[in-house]
Each structure stands twice: as structure tokens, then as C-alpha cells.
Design a protein around this ligand. Sequence first.
Ligand SMILES: Cc1ncc(COP(=O)(O)O)c(C=O)c1O
Length: 379
Amino acid sequence: MTVLSKTVPFVDLTIQHQPLQTAIEKAMETVVKRGDFVLGQALREFEREFAQACGVNYGVGVASGTDAIALGLQACGINEGDEVIVPANTFIATVIGVIKSGATPILVDCDPETALIDLNAAAKAITPQTKAIVPVHLYGQMVSPSQLLDFAQAYNLIIFEDAAQAHLAQREGYTAGSIGKAAAFSFYPSKNLGAFGNGGMLITSDEEVAQNVRTLRNYGAPSKYYHTQIGSNSRLDTLQAAILQVKLPHLSQWNQLRNQAAKKYDQGLQLLADKGIIPIQNVSDRGHVYHLYVIRVHDTCTLNREKLQDYLLERGIQTGIHYPIPCHLQPGYKELGYQLGDFPHAENLCNQILSLPMYPGISSEHTDWVIEQLSLRIS
Ligand SMILES: Cc1ncc(COP(=O)(O)O)c(C=O)c1O
């Protein structure tokens, strides 16, 4: 009989890295030998390979997902005075990216079941200054492409996807990052495709947008020592690209493993629905790549979210909250002029959500242990 480890980490990256260790070391050694650490061969290759995997023409590697949003929006022609719609319940980097592009973020509420941006609420936020919408494919689930395209067409907006949590997610025949004019990805280590440090990519099928980001990431220089814009220093390191190149062929399988683990949670937690434990709704079935598996702990539950989190930790189960404070209530963002009550669904979710352990290769013993412990305490 196997002895069950009572520690269930929130994320365990060693499972995916161990089998690839030799290949990764070799890829790194090749870069070191070549010495092309900045804008090198592995970066050019990985840009091509990642863009192709997402079904678009160009990829431009940058230093982070945040920079991919900021530089990407700028490259799409977004400027000071423009308004850009973003969900209130996203990681703050979405908002930072919009602000860094020079535009004003206009926050809107979300759907309480899927936690994805509510396009009806977005419609009410449109003004003559609205130039773009940044849908966030939150937790690994895409915002409906057909609804987004209709929405953008109705109001003549640019769609710029924040796909930082949704590498190779699918919905309605679209792959994340291929719906709109451009999209941003993050390769933060714990993302579905993660580097050994920070990294990001802007993808697009628009050659001009790609070229603009290449210039912006490289001191605003379209050619050496010739600076047409202020730009910044934001290249994805060749070493990181070489590591990501080794990992990319495994991404689909890792996403499938996440999806399978999520199905186990879904099934196991079904009986707890009438006790106030309800997973965030999956409306895209296998297209959901479950960067995070998130449940809601409703007011009707016998334990509140914090008590439940403490209880699970006592049993070795690490959890997270993504995210505990909505963007409009963050202290550094008071100047945006929002207040408590502006986005009730986003605010409510922030108080209810709990992310369970999720990573490719999480064992059935571990998911079963989580389900069992939750069921024991809640029933
Ligand atoms: C939704 C979302 N947008 C943007 C980012 C920013 O990416 P990065 O941390 O690489 O800057 C992240 C991740 O951190 C994210 O989760």
C-alpha cells in the first residue's frame, strides 16, 4: 500500500522539469556556447514556434506579460486620452499594462458564475474615447470569441487579449490569442508555460504591430542606434527562450493533465454544491486549460473561506486566493475614482474564491485527498 503524503503543494513544477532536465541543460549550454544572450537564435525560433502554436503569424518575446500588454497596446496605436475596458477581477498587471500604455483603464464587472468579463456591463462603459477591450482569459478559460467579436464590431474597438493564464486554451474553434488584433502572454514560472524567471510574449498576425513591438522592446530602435521612439529595454532573454522551446512541445499534454485533474475535482465536489461549495463554471469543456482550479465558498457554507483555508492547511493542503482584492479597491489605484460597491460581482467573488492545488501531474491520491478532506469538513 502506498503511503499518502499529507502535503499537497499548491503548485509542483519539479514533476514537469525532471524528465526534461537533460534537454534543458543541453539547450542552455548551446546558448552559452553561441553567446547570443540577447535577441539570439533560440528567441527567434521560439517566437516563431509559439506564434504558430497559437495560430497567428508573429511572436515578439518581451521581458514579462505586463510589458507584453503595455508595449502591445502602444503598438496597436493606443495612446494617452484613450479608454481601454478591463475586468475589475483580474491580476493587477492587466491594469498596469493599460496605464503604462498611456491609456485610462475603465473597469467593468464580471459574470459571477464564470468570473469572466461581463460584456453587457462593458457595453454600458463605452464612451467616445473607448478604443479597446482587454478581455482576460481568467484561470485558463477563454471569454467567448464570438461574443467578443460581435461586441468589438458593434463599438468599433480593438480586441487585445490578456492570455497570460491561457496558453493554448480553446473555445468555439479559436485558440487563445488569435481572436483579436494582438494578445499578451506571460511565462512567469508557474504559468501553464513557464520560464525559469520572468518572460512574456506579444503575438499578432498584424506585421506592423509585431514590428512596432520589436522596436519598442529594444530602446525604440528599429535599427541599431537609431531611435524613433523612447521605447524600453524589454527583451525575452535567449536563455529563457531556449528553455521555453524545450517545454513548448509538452504544453498540450500538460494542459490535458490539468483538465483531467479538474474533472476529478468537479466530480468529487458535486455533492458539496448544495452545501455552498461551487466551482467556477467551465463553459468551454476541454478547451479550459485550468491555470487555476477555483471554487466559491458561498455564505451558505458552514465554514467561511478563511476558516476553510486554515482547515485545509492543517491537513497539508495548500490553497491560494486569486485575487483577494479587486483592482478598483487596491490602495494604489484610488486615482481611478472607483469605490466599494461599484462592481458587486467582482467584490463578492474576491470574498468567496479559493484556488485548490492544480498543476500538470498532480496525482489522483492528492486530488482525492483534497476532495475527501473538504467533504469530511463540509458535510
Ligand atoms: C491575467 C494576468 N495578466 C498579466 C500578468 C502579468 O504577467 P507577468 O507576471 O509576466 O508580468 C499575469 C501574471 O502574472 C496575469 O495572471
